[in-house]
Ligand binder design. Structure first.
Ligand code: NIG
Ligand code: FE
Length: 420
């Protein structure tokens, strides 16, 4: 007789998302997600999914075996833990006052010393402990909304010392909190005061990256991705290329902000450099979309940003039709204060006209792909991490349909087979 960690019994629906080991979903596959009716799921003592299938089959297969925890899921739905592919959650200094300034453009606020620059000043002054405490609270809010894997960017330090402080805070969260994290070095989030973009890039390439490399060799820091804010008035295409190439050389995945406020040919650059993802893409060109599809470079779309800044919506429909791997992120940051992937999926459906299955795939398997982690996350398949969300509704679509108030809908969030 062997012991297992968790049995989710007899759910009305178990949404696997995909069932054949796919690393991402594109095109029409996004519209026919794998869903089981009347199903159960078992997570083993290693935190990995051991079995999922019709409730009677699972019952026979595991009869007489023991479970640390059993949850009766009658009338409820089980979905994969949500994956948030783009956040900026480590910072100090509220920017609630900027919400009242939303008739000014994002760049006007930025150039007047607000926006990222404001947050940089406060984050530099904050202690590591203070940053960790607010970060932990934000992660807890994300988890309560169903997120079990989250990408987290640095980028409110710009100087090496503060960037490292932010990355250490992420490292501590990775060890102390139950959700999974993908850490992104985003030292090129803005051009620091008193420097040109080229000088900032030189500094990043000759000082920041070698230091990160040394620290990750010693196992002191895990950095997964490199990011640049490629934008007119911030980092141009050539400077972006140099920084991303520097990161790639040291083994980081490329995952950067591009084609947000102005068309920059960032999508084309991402495809050329073998980027894992490019985020935003409100201003992407047709060629950029084609290049991303061909290169299997995922598009991380951020519905909260287009909504908050009243930007035009990224062309999600065209991207899906052309075979781009479309993913979603909350872009949680002091400007877009949204912890909730259910809300993000809802906005994507309404404003970008994606369907509910497309939105769910974009917030699970495809978001996991954008982080290079879809072998272990993003669907309820045997061998993957036992991360799930249980909702108190008889159809999974309620998770997207409902506009806010998700705490009442989400009964349990589970990571590695443990209720959190
Ligand atoms: O993705 N565009 C650059 N970065 C963030 C905003 C960061 C901030 O305003 O603090 C974004 O929207
Ligand atoms: Fe961002």
């Amino acid at each position: 007789m062997s012991g297992h960690r968790l049995l989710l019994e007899n759910a009305q629906q178990v949404v696997l998302v995909c069932a054949r080991g796919e690393r991402f979903l594109t095109g029409s596959a996004l519209r026919s997600l794998a869903v089981l009716e009347g199903a159960s799921l078992v997570v083993g003592s290693d935190g990995l999914i051991k079995a999922v299938g019709p409730a009677d089959v699972i019952q026979r297969q595991f009869s007489g075996e023991t479970f640390e925890e059993r949850i009766d899921c009658s009338g409820k739905c089980v979905l994969p833990g949500l994956v948030d592919a783009h956040t900026h959650p480590v910072w100090a200094g509220e920017r609630v006052h900027e919400f009242a300034m939303k008739r000014a453009t994002y760049m006007d606020i930025h150039q007047a010393g607000g926006g990222i620059n404001f947050t940089v000043e406060h984050t530099r002054q904050a202690s590591e402990e203070e940053l960790f405490c607010s970060f932990r609270q934000r992660l807890q809010c994300m988890m309560r909304a169903g997120t079990t894997l989250v990408e987290c960017k640095s980028g409110y330090g710009l100087d090496l010392e503060t960037e490292l402080k932010m990355l250490r805070v992420m490292e501590r969260a990775r060890r102390e909190l139950p959700l999974s994290l993908s850490a992104t070095y985003c030292g090129a989030h803005s051009v620091p005061k008193g420097k040109t973009a080229v000088e900032a890039a030189d500094d990043i390439i000759s000082h920041h990256l070698p230091r990160l490399k040394a620290l990750s060799r010693k196992g002191e820091l895990h950095v997964d991705n490199i990011d640049v804010f490629c934008e007119k008035g911030v980092f141009d295409l050539d400077t972006t290329r140099r920084i991303l190439e520097g990161g790639k050389k040291m083994g980081l995945q490329i995952n950067f902000h591009g084609d947000e406020l102005h068309p920059m040919k960032a999508a084309e650059l991402g495809a050329e450099l073998g980027a894992q993802a490019v985020s935003h893409l409100e201003e992407v060109s047709d060629d950029g979309i084609a290049a991303m599809a061909a290169a299997q470079c995922s598009a991380v779309l951020l519905p909260t940003t287009a909504y908050m800044l009243r930007l035009k919506q990224p062309r999600a429909r065209k991207m899906i039709d052309e075979g781009v791997i479309v993913a979603l992120g909350s872009d949680f940051n002091p400007n877009a204060y949204c912890f909730s992937m259910p809300m993000v999926m809802h906005l994507a459906c309404v404003n970008m006209r994606v369907s509910m299955p497309e939105a769910l795939a974009a917030a699970t398997i495809n978001a996991a792909y954008a982080l290079g982690k879809s072998h272990a996350h993003g669907s309820l398949e045997v061998g993957k991490q036992g991360d799930a969300v249980i909702i108190n509704a008889s159809r999974w679509e309620h998770l997207i349909y409902q506009f806010g108030g998700h705490h009442e809908l989400i009964d349990y969030v589970i990571t590695k087979g443990k209720v959190i």
